[in-house]
Design a protein around this ligand. Structure first.
Ligand code: NAD
Length: 489
């Protein structure tokens, strides 16, 4: 079996590394491809290609640069079904979820097409008599994105369109668990006839990441993944003087008040907790019920979750696919076991799931744990699987206190019909993304994808205007042109 090739300097290149791992279809356990785990040498070649491409790409007018993005958008639309299928086969999520992720990715291509406006600087005449001051944004040079397994297309697209539209050249290092989506995507990039070296794809594991973090010619790193790796990447990249943005893990809480529309709330929370098999960084992981919502919500969510059909994401009617690896399945089931030993009650237990005809698949059915202690390990450790923990508070203030004790700060939501309670929550919730009667508080591409505390390290987020700030340097020019120093015409 061939290993997944790299795309460097406009060419697909074979791989010279020795260590490989299998890319596995999580629904069937079938080996789809081999991917090399090194990649350090390839990073050096990609940085060289990107460095060579930079001077000319930087001088290409923004208006011309975005023409490639308009074509990319069309190619993504035309190939949406095939790309979605690849995502589902290597990641496990349902086809509808794969198409949804592609739509959110395309949205970023669309927003980056506004670069001729978004990238403008500003100026002021006569900051002192006869002296003008101008702020210009310039691209950084070679930048890189290191991305996780759970959104194989959307997350690279949080960064790539802005980086190249701003005039940078880029290297993408996808997750070694799901390299096939980016392989397909770069097949489309090849059809754009971009100048070679502007966009490069390097597969690999930690050695490839370290090579990007240490390379003196890589100016900026965009990372998305788990918090321990985010912290490592942040520190190591900063050590070599790079600009870094690292999105980390999550433990998203939702507060359910008794005045919420319980039917709609249940459906929305169920979709959030169990969609993508709980492997979304914005998935609800803990529901904090207030007052009498405790029983009504618990009974309703157990019923809704129990109705979700689990199976291959390619099959019609399936609402939830497998989790990514056998190790993830074992880890998630062990977390449920620990939780129940510590006093939580599995009111819906999805462990040991089997799907007919897919016996090798990494399936777990939706799981609901009741009576989870606030502040205990189940309410503060990222599980990243289809497990919803229920905990209880006597008041909104107590519920907000529980959200605040969470070390992560990616997202939180409240469900209520009270404007006052919603405002209090919006004001006080210590998370970067907040939902009011929203289950997955995912910012549109023209807003920053925020995240606080252990969910984000850095200052500028991905998407929208923050991306333009991240991928450009500001240059301030102060000019004086006295009449007496110039030839008179
Ligand atoms: P991960 O941290 O294992 O891997 C992410 C990337 O880092 C991959 O490209 C991987 O090759 C690389 N990597 C892994 N270990 C490394 C190491 N020791 N040194 C250097 N590089 C290393 O994450 P994952 O399992 O692929 O993705 C799931 C995680 O990503 C979850 O924690 C989830 O919450 C998080 N995530 C966060 C967001 C967000 O917006 N905050 C979005 C999506 C996913």
């Amino acid at each position: 079996m061939e290993s997944v090739p790299n795309f460097i300097g406009g060419q697909w290149t074979a791989v010279s590394a020795h260590e490989f791992s299998n890319v596995i279809n999580p629904a069937t356990a079938e080996v789809l491809a081999h991917v090399h785990l090194d990649g350090a040498e390839e990073v050096h070649r990609a940085v060289q290609a990107a460095s060579q491409a930079f001077p000319d790409w930087r001088q290409t007018p923004p208006e011309d640069r975005i023409q490639y993005l308009f074509r990319l958008k069309q190619l993504l639309e035309d190939n949406l079904d095939e790309l979605a299928r690849t995502i589902t086969v290597e990641n496990g999520k349902t086809l509808a979820e794969s198409k949804g992720e592609l739509r959110r990715g395309i949205e970023n291509v669309e927003v980056a097409c506004g670069i001729p406006t978004l990238m403008q600087g500003y100026n002021l005449e006569d900051v002192a008599r006869g002296i003008d001051e101008i702020m210009i944004r310039q691209p950084l040079g070679v930048v890189a994105a290191i991305t996780p397994f759970n959104f194989p297309a959307m997350i690279p697209l949080w960064f790539l369109p802005y980086a190249v539209a701003c005039g940078n050249t880029m290297i993408v290092k996808p997750s070694e668990k799901v390299p096939l989506t980016m392989q397909k995507f770069f097949g489309l990039i090849e059809r754009l006839d971009l100048p070679s070296g502007v966009l490069n794809l390097v597969n690999g594991g930690k050695p490839a990441v370290d090579a990007l973090l240490d390379h003196p010619d890589v100016r900026a790193i965009s990372f998305v993944g788990s918090t321990p790796v985010a912290k490592y990447v942040y520190a190591r990249a900063a050590q070599s003087g790079k600009r870094v943005q690292c999105q980390g893990g999550a433990k998203n809480h939702v507060v359910v008040l008794p005045d919420a529309d319980m039917e709609a709330t249940t459906q929305i929370v169920s979709d959030s907790a169990f969609g993508c098999a709980g492997q979304r960084c914005l998935a609800v992981s803990v529901a904090v019920t207030v007052g009498e919502a405790r029983k009504t919500f618990r009974d309703a969510i157990v019923e809704a979750a129990g109705l979700i059909q689990v199976g291959s994401g390619l099959d019609d009617g399936v609402g939830m696919g497998p989790v990514i690896t056998r190790e993830s399945k074992a880890r998630i089931e062990a977390a449920v076991e620990t939780g129940t030993r510590q006093g939580a009650r599995a009111v819906l237990d999805g462990r040991g799931a089997r799907v007919n005809g897919l016996e090798g698949g990494h399936f777990i059915r939706p799981t609901v744990l009741d009576g989870v202690a606030p502040g205990g390990p189940l309410s503060s450790t990222e599980i990243f699987g289809p497990v919803l923990s229920l905990t209880h508070a006597a008041s909104v203030d107590e519920a907000i206190g529980i959200v605040a004790r969470n070390p992560y700060g990616n997202a939180s939501s409240i469900f209520t019909s009270s404007g006052a309670a919603a405002r209090k929550f919006r004001y006080q919730a210590p998370t970067g993304n907040v939902g009011v009667n929203i289950g997955v508080a995912a910012p549109m591409a023209y807003f920053p994808f925020s995240g606080w505390k252990d969910s984000f390290l850095g200052a500028l987020h991905g998407q929208g205007r923050d991306s333009v700030e991240f991928y450009t340097d500001k240059k301030v020019v102060i000019e004086r042109w006295p009449q007496e120093w110039s030839r008179k015409f």
